[in-house]
Design a protein around this ligand. Structure first.
Ligand code: DQA
Length: 151
């Protein structure tokens, strides 16, 4: 079965209780369930992960890139959290393994503080979903599938 990855960066384990006025009350476990249902319907195997550690996310990206190259996966939906705005290393990892990535942000980062307007991930992303709440993960999965199959 072909896999698809959903990776989450720092503090997204707090989803549901963290600033609910910005991120809503849905938990990350709920997001995983939504993604799992979406993947089941599409005949894809979901690999879902969250880490507060940049190095762990880089390792996962490299592994996912190798799986895509081997024809066993289609790519990743990725919410890099605050690392979006700081991490050249995540940019380099995605570029280095040519991993198809859809960057997802629950909030509309462009309506927020100026330091959230810059993304190091966007220049190496296949597409970006911003500001649609946790539904953005489902949109990201659909967009990734479409991009990979339709070119
Ligand atoms: C976020 C936006 C980031 O600026 C923030 O640091 C997060 C979550 C979002 O999903 O809206 O942790 O990526």
């Amino acid at each position: 079965m072909t896999s698809v990855y959903v990776f989450n960066g720092p503090n997204l384990n707090l989803l549901g209780t963290r600033e609910p006025e910005i991120y809503g009350t849905t938990t990350l476990a709920d997001v995983e369930t939504m993604c799992r249902e979406e993947c089941e319907a599409a005949g894809l195997e979901l690999v879902f992960g969250q880490s507060n550690h940049e190095g762990q996310l880089i390792d996962w990206i490299q592994e996912a890139g190798a799986e895509v190259k081997a024809g066993r996966a289609i790519g990743a939906v990725f919410n890099p959290g605050a690392f979006t705005h700081t991490s050249v290393a995540l940019h380099d990892a995605i570029e280095g393994v040519e991993l198809p990535v859809v960057e997802v942000h629950i909030s509309n980062v462009h309506r927020r503080e100026p330091f959230r307007h810059r993304s190091y991930v966007s220049p190496v992303a296949r597409g970006i979903v911003v500001g649609f709440g946790v539904y953005g993960y489902v949109m990201g999965l659909r967009g990734l599938r479409h991009a990979v199959t339709a070119g």
